[in-house]
Design a protein around this ligand. Structure first.
Ligand code: IFM
Length: 453
């Protein structure tokens, strides 16, 4: 039995996607290539070398998608901007067609009383910027701030919520240390540079924004990890601290503590290319913090593993599509930790939460004898229900949680997994681009309609 959590009336419920994962139209109306177009061409990097050139074709279908979101009752849509669609080749010349697209998308959202929540950088860096070093090059922070300046000017009257950067941890750890995301680099020196430059880019964007006089809130989205130690053993607790420092502290401490975590500076003796005023710029106040949450890790000490951290065996049920442990209580721990860490007053939004499940469309006969396609994604409903109930509990425990965005509105390009993992509450038939709401979409519709208990 699912419970339908009743949430405060002003609690914002939205849904989210990102440009490269849904837009497609990769070679249309002036857009040029990005690092994921390039990475997908590297043999072995991405499942069957799939790329985002068509994806869920939202560039051509945004009207239909927004109408469906509105019909389901969402209050907001979190989308991201494709950098090379606005500034082809990563240059300084603005592509008017790109601006027009995002203006139309925002207007359509407003027409349906939905908030436009815009992420400035969700990983699709122009290939040319990467050729100059990408995030290992300090200039990239200024280049992204320039894109932001253009967006504030061109979309500032339409955007209701700004997110500077999505998941700095993935950009840097996966992209520059482990080499499993674009640009596929495995280099500790470049990794440390990328961390500082991504943090700097965030600060530069906020600084630029404060000059504009715009009043929509601006924040950043992190996929924070505050893992739980697998046991009460002191060493496992230290492993958890190390993991938190690398996965969260590297990006949170500069913003909220004006420094890098002691574990990395004092124990690992890492240095970062910090220049005068950088930490001041990075630590400017933000209006909210976005958290993306999917699963909590349980970690244990290892004498030999990097940072002395290894993952402990899990017992929890796993999502059927991607095998991530389902750990709703980890969300409560994370929200409480974050709230305490940020002083208890800073508004928090869950900017992503969802599950990739093994969705199977089935043909069913409707009452009138006609055939309909249905997707009974019960595991996803349970997942969403459990996590929304945790939101309710967190609010009860005084966490300043203001909203929740479900990832994702529609099945899309799941990076190295290509199209094999379906996170959508709406099924995308990639052959026909037909959209079919899954049962989870109807579940959220009912939650948003206020049928809580
Ligand atoms: O699809 C991604 C998204 O781009 C960033 N956050 C995690 C999602 C699921 O892996």
């Amino acid at each position: 039995m699912f419970t339908r959590p009743a949430l405060p009336e002003d609690f914002l419920i939205g849904t989210a996607t990102a440009s490269y994962q849904v837009e497609g139209a990769a070679n249309e109306e002036g857009r040029t290539s990005c690092i994921w177009d390039d990475f997908a061409k590297v043999p072995g990097a991405v499942y069957e070398m799939q790329d985002g050139s068509v994806a869920a074709d939202q560039y051509h279908r945004y009207k239909e998608d927004i109408e469906l979101m509105a019909k389901l009752g969402f209050g907001a849509y979190r989308f991201s901007v494709s950098w090379p669609r606005i500034l082809p080749h990563g240059g300084t010349q603005v592509n008017r067609k790109g601006i027009e697209y995002y203006r139309n998308l925002c207007k359509k959202l407003h027409k349906h009383n939905m908030k436009a929540c815009c992420t400035i950088y969700h990983w699709d860096m122009p290939s040319e910027i990467q050729a100059k070093g990408g995030w290992a090059n300090r200039q990239t922070a200024y280049d992204l701030a320039y894109l932001a300046e253009i967006l504030f000017m061109e979309l500032g009257d339409l955007v209701d919520m700004w997110i500077t950067i999505n998941e700095a941890m993935c950009i840097t750890v996966l992209g520059y240390l482990l080499g499993i995301h674009a640009p596929g680099i495995k280099d500790e020196d470049q990794f440390r540079k990328s961390v500082h430059h991504v943090n700097l880019a965030h600060g530069l964007i906020v600084k630029e924004y404060r000059k504009t006089g715009l009043s929509a809130p601006i924040g950043i989205t992190h996929n924070l990890e505050t893992p739980r130690p697998a046991s009460c053993d002191k060493k496992d607790q230290i492993a958890a601290d190390h993991h938190r420092a690398i996965r969260s502290g590297l990006y949170m401490d500069p913003i909220f503590r004006k420094r890098y975590p002691e574990y990395v500076t004092d124990e690992l003796k890492w240095s970062f290319p910090i220049e005068k005023d950088d930490m001041q710029i990075i630590s400017q106040p933000i209006d909210f913090l976005g958290i993306n949450y999917y699963s909590e890790h349980a970690v244990q000490w290892s004498d030999t593993a990097p940072f002395n951290v290894t993952m402990a065996p899990r017992w929890e049920e796993k999502t059927s599509g991607i095998g991530w442990a389902i750990t709703p209580h980890g969300l409560l721990r994370l929200l409480k930790w974050t709230s305490a860490y940020t002083g208890g007053k800073l508004p928090i939004y869950i900017t992503e939460n969802g599950a990739a499940c093994d969705d199977k469309p089935v043909i069913e006969k409707a009452d009138d004898g006609s055939e309909t396609i249905r997707i009974h994604d019960n595991q996803r409903i349970r997942y969403l229900s459990d996590h929304l109930n945790i939101c309710k509990e967190a609010i009860r425990e005084c966490v300043p949680l203001k909203g929740y965005f479900c990832w994702s509105f529609i099945d899309n390009y799941e990076w190295t997994h290509g199209y094999t993992k379906r996170f959508g509450i709406v099924y995308c038939d990639y052959e026909t681009q037909r959209r079919i709401p899954k049962d989870s979409a109807y579940f959220l519709r009912d939650v948003m309609a206020g049928y809580g208990d």
